[in-house]
Design a protein around this ligand. Structure first.
Ligand SMILES: CC(C)(COP(=O)(O)OP(=O)(O)OC[C@H]1O[C@@H](n2cnc3c(N)ncnc32)[C@H](O)[C@@H]1OP(=O)(O)O)[C@@H](O)C(=O)NCCC(=O)NCCS
Length: 214
């Protein structure tokens, strides 16, 4: 049968619908999806940078269901997920997680952390969805808003709601795209840290953004 005559799936009637994303707060039920998407987006982002065995060992350790269940249960953490396939047409489905942002109490041992700091520990989005329209709760596209920016906006709002005065994050010095994104969002370089990925010692840059004046 040619693809032109293939019947449209009743469940997934239009592929462009599936290319949109919506944001929602993650719940304990999302731990498995977050572990899988966390591992997959991490591998997509960094396989070019590190030896295969090191990145696999790191992924197996850092992107487990237990790790995400821990953050989801922690009152000082917030996880927002970008999901596709949930809002329009299939309101009963929770959607598939294609990106997420994770806030937590700072885990930056070598950095002078203030009691009112929150760490943006992870922000990851599958590259396929970087330009996907972001839908509001009514299913309407939000003009001029891209998924990564929507995740960052949610993180900033959540950090403020947690009472944070400053948002911190660490990123690999070679992660130029993420660094440009952070700079555009008001983050400035504030220090460095040594970060272990398997047998490799990586030097991360630490960025900070005031939540008071910006
Ligand atoms: C980090 C991330 C969420 C940002 O989302 P995004 O949709 O890529 O962000 P944007 O496209 O809005 O911004 C990226 C910026 O980098 C620029 N850029 C793109 N490719 C680049 C490259 N190879 N080198 C330098 N800058 C680059 C873009 O022009 C843009 O800059 P601008 O705002 O000045 O135009 C997303 O890239 C991602 O998930 N990356 C993989 C995971 C990751 O690295 N997470 C962070 C770990 S600390």
């Amino acid at each position: 049968m040619s693809s032109a005559s293939a019947p449209l799936s009743a469940k997934h009637p239009a592929t462009d619908v599936l290319e949109t994303v919506t944001l929602r707060r993650a719940t304990a039920e999302d731990a498995v999806a977050l572990a899988l998407t966390g591992a997959a987006t991490f591998l997509e982002a960094f396989t070019w940078m590190l030896p295969g065995a090191d990145i696999l060992a790191h992924t197996q350790k850092q992107h487990t269901v237990e790790v995400y269940a821990h953050y989801l249960a922690e009152p000082s953490s917030r996880v927002t997920v970008a999901v596709t396939g949930s809002a329009v047409g299939f309101p009963e489905e929770p959607g598939s997680v294609v990106g997420y942002v994770l806030l937590c109490t700072p885990e930056l041992p070598s950095f002078e952390v203030q009691p009112t700091d929150v760490e943006l520990k992870r922000i990851y989005l599958f590259s396929r969805f970087r330009f996907a329209p972001v839908l509001d709760r009514s299913g309407n596209p939000i003009p001029d808003l891209r998924p990564a920016q929507a995740l960052m906006d949610a993180a900033v709002a959540d950090a403020r709601a947690l009472g944070a005065r400053r948002l911190l994050l660490g990123t690999h010095a070679g992660n130029s795209r993420a660094i440009a994104f952070y700079r555009r969002n008001g983050f400035r370089e504030a220090g460095t840290r040594v970060f272990q990925v398997g047998s490799q010692q990586c030097c991360d840059l630490i960025f900070a953004r005031s939540l008071v004046s910006f």
